[in-house]
Design a binder for this molecule. Sequence first.
Ligand code: ZN
Length: 211
Amino acid sequence: MKPGPTIIRKCSACGKHILEYTVGSGNTFGARFWTDGKRDAPMLPDQPWLVKCPHCSTLVWIDEQKQVVEIDPWWPVGGDADRFKDARSATEPTFTEYNAFLSAGVKTRKKERYVRLRTWWAGNDDRRKGGQIKPMTDAETANLRALLPLLKGKNRNDRLMKAEAFRELGMFEDAEALLSSRFEEGLMKAVEIIRSLNQSRSSTVAEMNFR
Ligand SMILES: [Zn+2]
């Protein structure tokens, strides 16, 4: 993995500095892929859009925080180091934090789609660890139902994601109707994996093994 520049931003809520690491180039070597669309790729770190400020814990859209400086990874910070001593990296919100953020209202469809998708993934994170699988909570189900209309039918990735959402909601007939429609070649493996889980009436997130 090749790091990109480090960006220092100013939190719009508390005025302190947030460090944003960017990725110059990466790859999906050693990555794990999940039926809900989440990808864990050690060589291509996730760069969340909505983050939790490390100082005041407010959830902020990273690209909307004022950029103070951009530091090239291969250049020393020099005289600037002291000015940004307080800079810390942000973290990704938890399921509960995402939910609270959603209940305060999200302004655009694009943002709501993002937050609901991330909320879904956060709820599934415990299930990715295996062991005793807990059914979805009411809060998870409500979020997933609210995500459905935000997934556009025309977009093929969204159609597959919608089918997966139906499957996890136990709406197997609706999932099958979508999964039996046409998908492009590159998605067929994923379609087959999800369809087979759907046909065996499994409603739990699963790892997708493409080999
Ligand atoms: Zn802050």
